[in-house]
Design a protein around this ligand. Structure first.
Ligand code: ARG
Length: 371
């Protein structure tokens, strides 16, 4: 696989370069030394492509830079200090389903990196008039089935529909169902037809959860996958839409503990954790949910750490986000951010981001949810 090389970035760039329009994007790329010709020439060429209804003919370096800036612009992401380290695999050439599957497997392997999780993005072909391109029904490359059984759900309620669709397409769930059965992939081909792709065994790394102080916690049988690879957002750069451009970073512990496992409409495990801890769950005011939530978060960070898999706690991530804001200010760029996404769902007010005013500026290049 041809990985795009690390690109040099100036500490300061001076071109009013928040990338929200084409000219600013090429000016910043020029300042970063990424263009074969001048920004003015590239702008003109790109405008010609777009006016003719073609995707912009971006070089690999421009594509990778666009991907990194799209991450930098992502108002919902707290992890953006690391935007320059995004590795980009240019698979615009890859149109056959088997090639796409191979590229997805490579994405999982390269981003998981045996626990040394690396921010990674694979860019497939751009949309063109009359060509929808290959996409995917799954929200992420890893996800757990949710089985509806007389009114309650075994597994992840988020994936009930996807699970039913996979079964309708011929997927056979494991003989004895569990709450953590990895789903197969459902790719949608150029013709719009869904195609079931069995998950290569052993591809997805998972971490069983245990707690450093409560041995009985492990008996809950909780686990989560190591790397979230988001597959349901499109990527837009230089007026060109890439409908399928999976990207991934490492987890922040709260995503798994507070939301995926803790949310009442997800795995809803707080009552079970409280039982392990012997907490009285009758009165809300004894804060049993808060205590269970802290220990669930502790278990996630502890288990990933013990497995040698990169993860970040919400205090460190918040401090890094503050550094990101400082660096962006120094570079003369505004930071686009959404308070409701950036502030961690645990102990919000003791993280510095709680006290930061934020505005979503809708900057481009961007990731966005396709219609
Ligand atoms: N919140 C999503 C999940 O829990 C993952 C979104 C991307 N997160 C990340 N750390 N890159 O699966």
């Amino acid at each position: 696989m041809a990985l795009l090389p690390d690109l040099p970035f100036p500490e300061r760039s001076d071109a009013g370069c928040h990338g929200s329009d084409l000219a600013a994007f090429f000016r910043e790329a020029e300042t970063a030394g990424l263009l074969a010709s001048t920004a003015a020439v590239r702008l003109e060429e790109c405008r010609r492509d777009l006016a003719a209804g073609r995707p912009a003919a971006l070089s690999e370096a421009e594509l990778a830079f666009g991907a990194r800036v799209a991450w930098r612009n992502q108002a919902r992401c707290i992890g953006r200090l690391h935007w320059r380290s995004l590795q980009v695999s240019d698979r615009r050439d890859c149109t056959d389903l088997p090639d796409v599957v191979a590229a997805l497997c490579e994405h999982v392997a390269c981003s998981t990196a045996d626990g040394a999780v690396r921010p990674f993005m694979t860019v497939f072909a751009p949309a063109e008039p009359g060509r929808r391109g290959i996409t995917m029904r799954n929200r992420q490359l890893a996800g757990y089935a949710g089985y509806l059984r007389n009114g309650s759900v075994l597994g992840d309620p988020l994936n009930v529909e996807l699970t039913a669709e996979a079964i309708a397409l011929g997927w056979t769930p494991p003989g004895s169902l569990t709450a953590f059965d990895l789903l197969p992939w459902i790719l949608v081909g150029e013709d719009g037809r869904p195609v079931l792709v069995p998950l290569p065994p052993g591809l997805i790394r998972e971490i069983p959860l245990s707690h450093p102080a409560w041995p009985a916690f492990a008996d809950l049988g909780l686990r989560w996958y190591a790397v979230p690879v988001v597959t349901d957002l499109a990527f837009r750069v230089a007026g060109t839409v890439f409908p399928f451009a999976p990207f991934s970073g490492w987890y922040m512990g709260t995503e798994i503990a507070c939301r995926n496992l803790g949310d009442e409409n997800r795995y809803n495990v707080l009552p079970a954790v409280a039982r392990v801890m012997g907490l009285d769950t009758v009165s809300k005011s004894v804060l049993w949910k808060d205590r269970a939530l802290i220990e669930l978060n502790t278990a996630v960070l502890h288990s990933f750490g013990a497995a040698g898999c990169r993860i970040v706690d919400h205090h460190t991530a918040s401090a890094e986000f503050m550094r990101f804001c400082g660096a962006e200010k120094k570079a003369g760029r505004p930071v686009s951010a959404r308070w409701d996404w950036i502030v961690p769902p645990l102990s919000g007010s003791v993280t510095p981001v709680f006290h930061l005013p934020m505005t979503d500026l809708g900057l481009r290049p961007e990731f966005f949810r396709p219609e």
